[in-house]
Ligand binder design. Sequence first.
Ligand code: FE2
Ligand code: FE2
Length: 209
Amino acid sequence: MDICEIILDQHHQQRRLFAVLEEYPRDDVEGLDAIWRQLESLLELHAEAEELYYYPELVKLGTGAADAESTDEEVQDALKDHNELRDAIASVRKAKAGSDEWFTAVVNANTKNSDHMAEEERQDLADFRQQASLELRHEIAVRFLKHVAQHQGERVSGKNKDPKGYLADKQQEGTTETERAAAEKRSQETAERVSSDPEPSVKATESAS
Ligand SMILES: [Fe+2]
Ligand SMILES: [Fe+2]
């Protein structure tokens, strides 16, 4: 599994559902509303899972890719885009499904999301592919998918985040969960090796005598 591929797959699902809304029979308001709710849940859960599991790792490993000024700029820009997308989603929610106002709000959400995905794919995902190991990309994918599966169908809080504050928080976090887990595993393995292998101390005694 690879978090970069998982994100791309979900972007594709989002593009498909926006396309479905464009060609869906406009007199079937119930259907339009149901498809929008499916898309809305996917959009919010995707952004939240990225903020929880993907961007914290990019903050620590990224170097800035493609036309990004830096990783800091990439991450703050992504958080700002997510906030704008949440606002656009809220506008769709406020309008009556199938109305002109509703379609205008859906197109606005599509525009915000399309622009964001293009930038995220060109900068952030490229940066992560260049800097993160396949092992880490796998671990992040596992956490991301678990979160999405556990919260599927739920209303996500949809709270906006302060991009600068988010970046500062993630920069201050010491080691990542992944690094902590790896460090714990390493120290456990070392402890097991030492306790099951008396050789070093015997040799040390022999050479000292
Ligand atoms: Fe994304
Ligand atoms: Fe995103």
